[in-house]
Design a protein. Structure first.
Lengths: 421, 378
């Protein structure tokens, strides 16, 4: 009997740092097995009970998946920021940032700072991967172990030039060229206090994207054309964003890159991408989704609420708002189009007060949705905004919407020409 | 990301002209009974949802208790048939209040009924319907022509390549983004044997459609509904045909699809053929008189256009010849489907063309199948 347990006891002891009385462990293991607990689970629970850890699985950042329970990562810290969040009325400090290895960049979050600084190369065990806006994020729990390494990550070879349209969340060592369309400065909280960073919009010949520079490079000024080596890409609100940090090389180019907005993009081309910034799509409104029209929001968190009850803030004085969630489809692809109250008014001619009147007269908020449906269903619109992919599918949050110019005759002649061949 | 990929897959609403839609006779169903059914059109559209802006020329209440509506929606190339029942209450109400002719924008699902090999009856079940205007319709025609032309090009390239199977798949993957279209094109190339005739015909209908909206003349929407069926039809008889076709529609309803055969049949209170036998006889006597002595002329040029284009002056095409053949063979109790095909072949019409002409006659309410294999003039 004892012999049978021996290898398992060894295994448990190996996973524990502290010396534990072997007799106790054997007794507890026996007890669990008498309860018909599977052996693997019995071992796991004993290791946990005595503060040990199962061996983490070594992963590269490219390969981590949402839900991975216990992984080991070796990576460089790119940045750490500090946020204070409010959970159930208690203030908590959370540290977030990005980690990079030879394969990808991923975000991380931790409840304590683990003394992390940008540039540190660290080994993490007992980390797990959670879902952050439909993307994997490394989470450091109190059980996680962080060891600083004195080695550096392997230097990466210069990668070939890429277009902004090819950027995907997590890309590292990106090499690209662009013009700077606009910049603005932000203050962020780091654990060493407030730090200035640069945000803004860049563009190559056909694609606009946001960027963030964690370092104030003087070359980053509006109008300049820049070549960046060793940047990385993170998604922010579903849109790929170029990140520039200490490790990046910035070169101001003599030539100019001129952005030309692409008109008549097909939706099938747009939805191929991870996300897109400031694009124009055209298509027919094929469906007005439920939840369009007159809605009520919580005045504190802007969540859509029903009967004046907010999920986080309880009973509140709700605030009336309008929005449209519609399906726009051009015969090559479809996506959800979201319009706020300003744009709803622009294309439907119904303001919030009118909507309230409509709902009051009909004694139903659905009357507003029906009216919107009557006015938009089947019609053709162009919309400008950012496209993202997430839990709710492919969405374009519009900042403008309009009826496209009538180009019927032109298109007809063009088509007849093509068909004559 | 795989998980979200599935959620965001919304079926595209394809842009297809009635000509192409009605020329389709291949359908596929994937997976279990709840999986969507697709119609594969000759340009390889794997169609479940489609978007149409056209003219409703006719609305008919064909169910008991006002709960089943049939409508005809015309584009410049042909006519879609639309059914809205109790599970499409908004569309049913919309149709019941509509004054024809009217421009409408319609999002719907393609439905098929296949009573026997070679015959597929296609219709559209509305999801969303709204009023539209001439401009919107014209724009739809242009867009639909554009999309169709793109697909014809893909089909032509695929045919020219001479590839099949995996090689064709790889060839298409380089040209086409939508996996559903790649799949549909492969299906269409395997199934449609006379694409060398179908595609040029379709192109012809595209040119016609674009010209229709590009010029002020040649617009078809001002045709009164009566012109779409060439002969005046007794209301009672028309209704009987409708019920037959609805019964057909009812058979295609799949479990889990929202509505079931039993429910539909119960609601329709479908009449058996015996109940209306004598009324039909009276009417048919008149019909037979009226066509006596008419000559059957096989017009070889007409054979190339089995699908009727409504705006051209009627030529004695295969459909009209078949119409006459059924007339002559049916001496009161209907005639056999195969007999009509045989006679048509003697008159120089290929069996395939004859079948599609019969189908069109049925679509137009000019003949019907009281039981499978038997044809009868209305």
């Amino acid at each position: 009997m004892e012999i049978e347990y021996a290898p398992h006891i060894e295994e448990i002891k190996k996973a524990l740092d502290t010396e534990i009385d072997e007799v106790n462990i054997i007794a507890e293991l026996k007890k669990l097995l008498q309860f018909r607990v599977p052996l693997a689970e019995a071992k796991r629970s004993l290791i946990r009970k005595y503060g040990g850890a199962e061996k983490s699985i070594v992963r590269k950042l490219k390969d981590i998946k949402i839900g991975d329970p216990n992984i080991e990562i070796t990576a460089e810290v790119l940045e750490v920021t500090r946020k204070t969040i409010n959970i159930k009325n208690t203030e908590k400090t959370v540290f977030t940032g990005n980690l990079r290895d030879e394969t990808a960049v991923r975000s991380f979050s931790a409840w304590s700072d683990h003394d992390l600084k940008a540039g540190d190369v660290i080994n993490i065990t007992q980390a797990y991967v959670r879902n952050w806006q439909e993307r994997p994020e490394i989470n450091l729990s109190p059980r996680s172990k962080v060891t600083k390494l004195s080695t550096r990550l392997q230097e990466m070879e210069e990668s070939p030039l890429r277009k902004l349209s090819e950027f995907k969340d997590g890309d590292i060592n990106v090499h690209t060229e662009f013009a700077i369309l606009s910049i603005d400065f932000h203050d962020i909280n780091t654990k060493d206090g407030i730090k200035k960073i640069i945000g803004g919009i860049i563009a190559d010949e056909e694609t606009k994207l946001p960027f963030t520079s964690w370092v104030i490079y003087p070359e980053l000024a509006v109008g300049n054309t820049i070549e960046v080596k060793n940047g990385y890409v993170r998604s922010f609100r579903g849109v790929p964003t170029l990140n520039i940090n200490e490790g990046s090389k910035i070169i101001k180019l003599a030539q100019n890159i001129v952005f030309r907005e692409k008109v008549g993009s097909r939706i099938e081309d747009v939805i191929e991408k991870d996300g897109a910034y400031d694009i124009v799509v055209e298509g027919n409104i094929l469906s007005i989704r439920p939840g369009s029209g007159l809605i009520n929001r919580c005045p504190r968190c802007s969540r859509v609420i029903q009967k004046g009850m907010c999920r986080s803030h309880g009973k509140v004085e709700d605030k009336a708002d309008m929005r449209i969630k519609a399906i726009i489809d051009d015969g090559t692809g479809a996506m959800t189009l979201v319009l706020d109250s300003r744009l709803t008014q622009k294309i439907c001619g119904i303001g919030i007060e009118e909507a309230k009147n409509l709902a009051r007269t009909a004694m139903s908020q659905k009357a507003v949705e029906d009216e919107i449906k009557r006015k938009l269903q089947g019609r053709r619109f162009a919309a400008r905004g950012n496209m993202s992919k997430g839990e709710f599918g492919i969405t374009l949050v519009a900042n403008d919407v309009w009826e496209p110019l009538e180009t019927l005759q032109e298109k007809a002649q063009q088509l007849l020409g093509r068909m004559a061949d | 990301m795989e998980k979200t990929e599935k959620i965001m897959d919304r079926e595209i609403a394809w842009r297809i002209f009635a000509h192409e839609f009605n020329a389709s006779n291949l359908y596929v169903s994937e997976g279990d009974e709840r999986a969507p059914n697709y119609i594969i059109t000759p340009t390889g559209v794997k169609c479940n949802r489609l978007f149409i802006i056209g003219v409703i020329t006719e609305v008919e209440n064909i169910g008991k208790d006002n709960n089943l509506w049939r409508a005809r929606i015309a584009d410049p190339t042909g006519v879609f048939t639309l059914y809205a029942g109790q599970y499409q209450p908004e569309a049913a109400i919309f149709l019941s209040e509509l004054e024809v002719p009217a421009y409408v924008a319609l999002v719907g699902k393609a439905r098929k009924y296949e009573p026997e090999d070679g015959n597929v009856y296609l219709s559209v079940r509305p999801e969303e319907i709204n009023v539209a205007d001439e401009k919107q319709r014209d724009m739809w025609v242009i867009e639909t022509a554009e999309r169709t032309l793109e697909r014809i090009k893909i089909m032509e390239d695929a045919l020219d390549s001479g590839l099949s199977g995996n090689e064709l798949q790889k060839f298409l993957e380089k040209k086409v983004k939508n996996p559903a279209l790649i799949n549909g094109v492969s299906h269409a190339i395997r199934h449609y044997k006379n694409l060398d005739r179908i595609l040029p015909e379709l192109k012809k209908s595209l040119v016609h459609a674009v010209k229709t909206v590009a010029s002020d003349s040649g617009i078809i929407y001002d045709h009164p509904p009566e012109k779409l069926t060439s002969k005046h039809v007794e209301p009672g008889i028309q209704e009987r045909y409708s019920i037959k076709s609805i019964k057909s529609m009812a058979h295609e309803q799949k479990p889990g699809d929202g509505d079931t055969t039993e429910e539909l049949e119960e609601n329709l209170n479908i009449k058996e053929p015996e109940e209306v036998e004598d009324r039909i006889d009276l009417n048919e006597l008149k019909e037979i008189e009226s066509v006596e002595g008419s000559e059957v002329v096989a017009d070889s040029s007409g054979l190339q256009t089995p699908v009727q284009t409504n705006e051209e002056p009627p030529k004695p095409g295969p459909k009209e010849i078949i119409d006459d053949i059924i007339d002559r063979l049916d001496i009161g109790k209907g005639t056999s489907f195969s007999g009509v095909i045989e006679t048509a072949q003697k008159a120089g019409i290929e069996a395939e063309i004859a079948e599609s002409a019969i189908k069109e006659l049925m679509d137009e309410g000019r003949c019907y199948e009281p039981k499978i294999g038997t044809l009868r003039k209305v």
